[in-house]
Design a binder for this molecule. Structure first.
Ligand code: DC
Length: 191
Protein backbone atom coordinates (compact mmCIF):
# COMPACT_ATOMS: atom_id res chain seq x y z
CA UNK A 1 0.00 0.00 0.00
CA UNK A 2 1.27 3.47 -0.87
CA UNK A 3 0.13 6.86 0.35
CA UNK A 4 1.51 9.62 -1.92
CA UNK A 5 1.81 13.11 -0.44
CA UNK A 6 2.86 15.83 -2.87
CA UNK A 7 2.88 19.61 -2.71
CA UNK A 8 5.02 22.75 -2.53
CA UNK A 9 7.75 23.56 0.01
CA UNK A 10 6.49 24.39 3.49
CA UNK A 11 3.05 22.82 3.04
CA UNK A 12 3.89 20.52 5.96
CA UNK A 13 4.61 17.40 3.88
CA UNK A 14 7.49 16.04 5.99
CA UNK A 15 5.82 16.55 9.37
CA UNK A 16 2.49 15.22 8.14
CA UNK A 17 3.90 12.29 6.12
CA UNK A 18 6.08 11.19 9.04
CA UNK A 19 3.10 11.32 11.44
CA UNK A 20 0.78 9.51 9.00
CA UNK A 21 3.42 6.78 8.55
CA UNK A 22 3.77 6.41 12.34
CA UNK A 23 -0.01 6.25 12.80
CA UNK A 24 -0.40 3.56 10.14
CA UNK A 25 2.80 1.61 10.88
CA UNK A 26 4.05 2.36 7.33
CA UNK A 27 7.59 3.40 6.33
CA UNK A 28 8.20 7.07 5.52
CA UNK A 29 10.07 8.07 2.34
CA UNK A 30 11.36 11.64 1.97
CA UNK A 31 12.17 11.93 -1.76
CA UNK A 32 13.15 15.61 -1.38
CA UNK A 33 16.03 14.42 0.83
CA UNK A 34 17.26 12.35 -2.13
CA UNK A 35 17.33 15.41 -4.44
CA UNK A 36 19.05 17.35 -1.67
CA UNK A 37 21.69 14.63 -1.15
CA UNK A 38 22.30 14.47 -4.91
CA UNK A 39 22.70 18.28 -5.00
CA UNK A 40 25.21 18.07 -2.18
CA UNK A 41 27.17 15.39 -4.06
CA UNK A 42 27.16 17.54 -7.22
CA UNK A 43 28.34 20.58 -5.25
CA UNK A 44 31.58 18.77 -4.42
CA UNK A 45 32.01 16.88 -7.71
CA UNK A 46 30.55 17.88 -11.08
CA UNK A 47 31.12 14.37 -12.33
CA UNK A 48 29.27 12.63 -9.50
CA UNK A 49 27.44 9.71 -11.12
CA UNK A 50 23.99 10.00 -9.58
CA UNK A 51 22.88 6.52 -10.63
CA UNK A 52 25.74 5.07 -8.57
CA UNK A 53 25.37 7.37 -5.57
CA UNK A 54 24.33 5.52 -2.48
CA UNK A 55 21.54 7.46 -0.83
CA UNK A 56 20.17 5.64 2.20
CA UNK A 57 17.91 6.32 5.15
CA UNK A 58 18.64 5.17 8.68
CA UNK A 59 15.70 6.20 10.81
CA UNK A 60 15.70 10.02 10.58
CA UNK A 61 19.26 10.12 9.25
CA UNK A 62 20.12 10.57 5.57
CA UNK A 63 23.32 8.87 4.43
CA UNK A 64 25.23 9.78 1.27
CA UNK A 65 27.78 7.09 0.41
CA UNK A 66 27.69 6.14 4.08
CA UNK A 67 28.23 9.66 5.41
CA UNK A 68 25.57 11.35 7.58
CA UNK A 69 24.41 14.41 5.61
CA UNK A 70 21.14 14.98 7.52
CA UNK A 71 22.05 18.53 8.53
CA UNK A 72 24.10 19.52 5.47
CA UNK A 73 21.15 18.91 3.13
CA UNK A 74 18.86 21.33 5.01
CA UNK A 75 20.73 24.58 4.36
CA UNK A 76 19.02 27.28 2.21
CA UNK A 77 21.82 26.87 -0.39
CA UNK A 78 21.16 23.15 -0.73
CA UNK A 79 17.40 23.82 -0.94
CA UNK A 80 17.88 26.01 -4.00
CA UNK A 81 20.58 23.73 -5.46
CA UNK A 82 18.25 20.71 -5.12
CA UNK A 83 15.44 22.56 -6.87
CA UNK A 84 17.84 23.45 -9.73
CA UNK A 85 19.24 19.93 -9.99
CA UNK A 86 15.69 18.50 -9.99
CA UNK A 87 15.06 20.14 -13.40
CA UNK A 88 17.58 17.73 -15.00
CA UNK A 89 15.71 14.77 -16.61
CA UNK A 90 18.70 12.41 -16.16
CA UNK A 91 18.81 13.19 -12.44
CA UNK A 92 15.08 12.59 -12.10
CA UNK A 93 15.32 9.30 -13.97
CA UNK A 94 18.07 8.03 -11.66
CA UNK A 95 16.28 9.08 -8.48
CA UNK A 96 12.82 7.91 -9.57
CA UNK A 97 14.34 4.47 -10.27
CA UNK A 98 15.76 4.39 -6.73
CA UNK A 99 12.41 5.48 -5.29
CA UNK A 100 10.45 2.83 -7.20
CA UNK A 101 12.89 0.15 -6.03
CA UNK A 102 12.40 1.23 -2.42
CA UNK A 103 8.59 1.29 -2.47
CA UNK A 104 8.26 -1.94 -4.48
CA UNK A 105 7.78 -3.96 -1.30
CA UNK A 106 5.93 -3.06 1.89
CA UNK A 107 3.67 -0.20 2.99
CA UNK A 108 4.85 3.36 2.46
CA UNK A 109 4.01 7.00 2.91
CA UNK A 110 6.10 8.75 0.24
CA UNK A 111 6.40 12.50 0.05
CA UNK A 112 7.64 14.78 -2.75
CA UNK A 113 6.46 16.66 -5.84
CA UNK A 114 5.78 13.88 -8.36
CA UNK A 115 4.90 10.77 -6.35
CA UNK A 116 1.25 10.64 -7.43
CA UNK A 117 1.98 11.66 -11.02
CA UNK A 118 5.27 9.95 -11.97
CA UNK A 119 6.85 7.76 -9.30
CA UNK A 120 3.65 5.89 -8.43
CA UNK A 121 0.64 6.95 -10.52
CA UNK A 122 -1.21 3.88 -9.17
CA UNK A 123 -0.79 4.87 -5.49
CA UNK A 124 -3.91 3.89 -3.54
CA UNK A 125 -4.16 7.26 -1.78
CA UNK A 126 -2.94 10.58 -3.21
CA UNK A 127 -2.86 13.82 -1.26
CA UNK A 128 -1.94 17.28 -2.57
CA UNK A 129 -0.86 19.21 0.50
CA UNK A 130 -0.79 22.98 0.24
CA UNK A 131 -0.91 26.19 2.32
CA UNK A 132 -0.76 29.94 1.79
CA UNK A 133 2.69 31.12 0.62
CA UNK A 134 3.14 33.50 3.59
CA UNK A 135 2.50 30.69 6.05
CA UNK A 136 4.77 28.30 4.16
CA UNK A 137 7.62 30.85 4.19
CA UNK A 138 7.08 31.48 7.91
CA UNK A 139 7.28 27.75 8.66
CA UNK A 140 10.54 27.45 6.72
CA UNK A 141 11.88 30.73 8.23
CA UNK A 142 12.80 31.98 4.77
CA UNK A 143 11.76 35.06 2.76
CA UNK A 144 8.54 34.63 0.75
CA UNK A 145 10.53 35.56 -2.40
CA UNK A 146 12.90 32.57 -1.93
CA UNK A 147 9.96 30.23 -1.47
CA UNK A 148 8.17 31.56 -4.54
CA UNK A 149 11.36 31.26 -6.61
CA UNK A 150 11.57 27.57 -5.71
CA UNK A 151 7.82 26.99 -6.29
CA UNK A 152 8.08 28.63 -9.71
CA UNK A 153 11.10 26.52 -10.73
CA UNK A 154 9.53 23.29 -9.40
CA UNK A 155 6.21 23.97 -11.14
CA UNK A 156 7.46 25.16 -14.54
CA UNK A 157 10.32 22.74 -15.29
CA UNK A 158 9.81 20.51 -18.35
CA UNK A 159 10.72 17.27 -16.56
CA UNK A 160 7.82 16.15 -14.34
CA UNK A 161 6.78 19.56 -13.08
CA UNK A 162 5.23 19.84 -9.63
CA UNK A 163 1.51 19.41 -10.21
CA UNK A 164 -1.39 17.83 -8.37
CA UNK A 165 -2.46 14.46 -9.77
CA UNK A 166 -5.99 14.64 -11.21
CA UNK A 167 -7.14 12.09 -8.63
CA UNK A 168 -5.37 13.66 -5.60
CA UNK A 169 -7.34 14.94 -2.62
CA UNK A 170 -6.31 18.53 -1.90
CA UNK A 171 -5.68 19.41 1.74
CA UNK A 172 -4.99 23.07 2.58
CA UNK A 173 -3.08 23.18 5.88
CA UNK A 174 -3.25 26.97 6.34
CA UNK A 175 -4.18 27.58 9.97
CA UNK A 176 -4.72 23.88 10.67
CA UNK A 177 -3.18 21.88 13.54
CA UNK A 178 -0.96 19.02 12.39
CA UNK A 179 -3.11 16.48 14.27
CA UNK A 180 -6.20 17.50 12.27
CA UNK A 181 -4.36 17.07 8.97
CA UNK A 182 -2.93 13.69 10.00
CA UNK A 183 -6.37 12.51 11.12
CA UNK A 184 -7.90 13.57 7.80
CA UNK A 185 -5.30 11.63 5.80
CA UNK A 186 -5.48 8.52 8.00
CA UNK A 187 -9.26 8.73 7.44
CA UNK A 188 -8.72 8.70 3.67
CA UNK A 189 -6.55 5.60 3.98
CA UNK A 190 -9.14 3.83 6.15
CA UNK A 191 -11.79 4.51 3.48
O1 DC B 1 10.72 18.64 -0.40
P1 DC B 1 12.07 19.31 -0.40
O2 DC B 1 11.98 20.78 -0.12
O3 DC B 1 13.05 18.62 0.51
O4 DC B 1 12.63 19.12 -1.91
C1 DC B 1 13.83 19.73 -2.34
C2 DC B 1 13.76 19.99 -3.84
O5 DC B 1 13.78 18.75 -4.54
C3 DC B 1 12.51 20.72 -4.32
O6 DC B 1 12.73 22.09 -4.52
C4 DC B 1 12.14 20.06 -5.62
C5 DC B 1 12.88 18.76 -5.62
N1 DC B 1 12.00 17.59 -5.54
C6 DC B 1 11.47 17.11 -6.73
O7 DC B 1 11.67 17.72 -7.78
N2 DC B 1 10.75 15.96 -6.73
C7 DC B 1 10.49 15.30 -5.58
N3 DC B 1 9.77 14.17 -5.60
C8 DC B 1 10.99 15.82 -4.35
C9 DC B 1 11.74 16.96 -4.37
Amino acid sequence: MLVAIDGPAGAGKSTVARAVAAALGFTYLDTGAMYRAAALARSTSDAADLARLEIAFDGDRVLLDGEDVSLAIRTPETSQAASRLATDPAVREALVAKQRALIAAGDWVAEGRDIGTVVAPDAEVKVWLTAAAEERARRREIPVADLLERDERDATRDASPMVAAADAVEVDTTGLEIDAVVEAIVGLVAR
